[in-house]
Design a protein around this ligand. Structure first.
Ligand code: AMP
Ligand code: GLY
Length: 427
């Protein structure tokens, strides 16, 4: 089989790494890929968002299966474009990806079908939004409706912050058309977890649970990022919570999407807030999480390719996912300044040393080649991932590899996984 992976981040390196282990695969391509992916796949200089060129290229090269990483091409209709040419592609259709592309759509769907989530109101009129926020009080959450690279969510603790958030989105139009509508939400308390599942539109096959670390600084302080580290499993998802999430969230959402004429095929990712053994949905994503995918795929035994194919073909009910019981941890190494402005082109050293550490793998995100060297090329640069008998050992191993690697301006959180250690669930 010839496989094309779309995207160039840590998640896509994870997918390429796992797909490369499949005996069915002869050749992997990645668009655009990165310096790490280039070891296992041929990288193409086509943007992940250039849907037309990607579809034309895949048809010309007779690609057997395409796997989409990021949300932007999904919401642009890449799956529909490939299918129109008779090409097999893993991911949500444009209509299904709206569950991530429009926060209003997702909230409205959950309300209509009784799927647990916080209360909300949506506004297109600035004056009405201001009036509502003044009445509702704080804390409150203000979100741009559309895609804003994870930056369109503003947690407001005071009325001033809430008014400033509305002004930023609706008057200054900081997120462009993504902020034409705002969603104002109840501020949910609790502990977060990521719940990802494969679905063919009927069967829901869950991946292991995981937990992201969204904030830039230790102890969850500072602005939110795309994710600074992750571990799996997430002990906050007890067996009881797992059951509730499947019965009240994942299965009903997949059914609801089918009922709405938006049959959902691909990975459905629910961002959850869990309190008192009950989960509510913060948001849905129509794709694999980044960095959650890196520890998740490290824990997945067996071949990923048949699961991807069964998701497309509607035959997931005949499959199971075999898991490595050991926990895995991913520590993201980032450029100084991220999630704000940062410099690129810094030479990365120590990758060979890190690669010698067993049961770990350095997934590349923002990396590139320059004059024969591997250099930084993005905000999140590497995702150093390790698996071990216990979570404490996995954390130790991941940081052991992290400490081998350096560049001018390297930054990483020092407390990835500490929350789960503190819970006392030292599995
Ligand atoms: P989202 O992109 O909607 O998941 O939001 C990004 C992050 O903002 C989440 O991971 C949460 O940490 C936080 N967040 C989003 N919505 C809420 C909410 N309603 N209550 C509390 N925190 C939230
Ligand atoms: N790690 C969060 C996300 O993929 O959206």
């Amino acid at each position: 089989m010839k496989i094309l992976v779309i995207g160039g981040g840590g998640r896509e390196h994870g997918l390429v790494w796992k797909i490369a282990q499949s005996p069915a695969v002869k050749k992997i391509y990645c668009a655009p890929g990165n310096a790490g992916i280039a070891r296992q796949a041929e990288c193409l200089s086509i943007s992940a968002e250039d849907v037309k060129s990607l579809a034309a290229w895949a048809q010309k090269e007779k690609i057997d299966l395409t796997v989409v990483g990021p949300e932007a091409p999904l919401t642009m209709g890449i799956v529909d474009a490939f299918e129109a040419r008779g090409l097999r592609i893993f991911g949500a259709s444009q209509k299904a990806a709206e569950i991530e592309g429009s926060k209003f759509f997702a909230k409205d769907l959950m309300k209509k079908y009784g799927i647990p989530s916080g209360d909300f109101q949506a506004f297109e009129d600035y004056g009405a939004a201001v009036g509502y926020v003044k009445k509702a009080g704080t804390p409150i959450v203000v979100k741009a409706d559309g895609l804003a690279s994870g930056k369109g969510v503003i947690l407001c603790h005071t009325l001033e912050e809430a008014l400033a958030a509305l002004h930023l989105i609706m008057v200054k139009k900081a997120f462009g058309v993504a902020g034409r509508r705002v969603v104002v939400e109840e501020f949910l308390q609790g502990e977060e977890a990521s719940f990802l599942a494969f679905t063919d539109g009927e069967t829901v096959l869950p991946l292991p649970t995981s937990q992201d670390h969204k904030a830039i600084f230790d102890h969850d302080l500072g602005p939110n990022t795309g994710g600074m580290g992750a571990y799996s499993p997430a002990p906050v998802v007890s067996d009881q919570v797992h059951r509730q999430v499947m019965e009240q969230i994942m299965i009903p959402t997949v059914r609801a999407m089918a009922q709405e004429g938006r049959k959902y095929r691909g990975v459905l990712y629910a961002g959850l807030m869990i309190k008192d053994e009950k989960a509510k949905v913060l948001e849905f994503n129509a794709r694999f999480g980044d960095p959650e995918t890196q520890p998740l795929l490290m824990r997945m035994k067996g071949d990923l390719v048949p699961v991807l194919k069964a998701t497309i073909d509607g035959s997931l009910s005949s499959l199971t996912v075999e898991l490595d019981e050991r926990p895995a941890v991913c520590v993201v190494m980032a450029s100084k300044g991220y999630p704000g402005p940062y410099e690129k082109g810094k030479v990365i050293s120590g990758l060979e040393e890190a690669a010698k550490i067993g049961d770990s793998f350095v997934f590349h995100a923002g990396t590139a080649f320059k004059e024969g060297k591997i250099v930084t090329n993005g905000g999140r640069v590497l995702g150093v991932t390790a698996i071990a008998r216990g979570i404490e050992e996995a954390i130790g191993l991941a940081y052991e590899a992290v400490e081998k690697i350096s560049w001018d301006g390297v930054y990483y959180r020092k407390d990835i996984g500490q929350k789960t250690l503190k819970r006392g669930d030292r599995k």
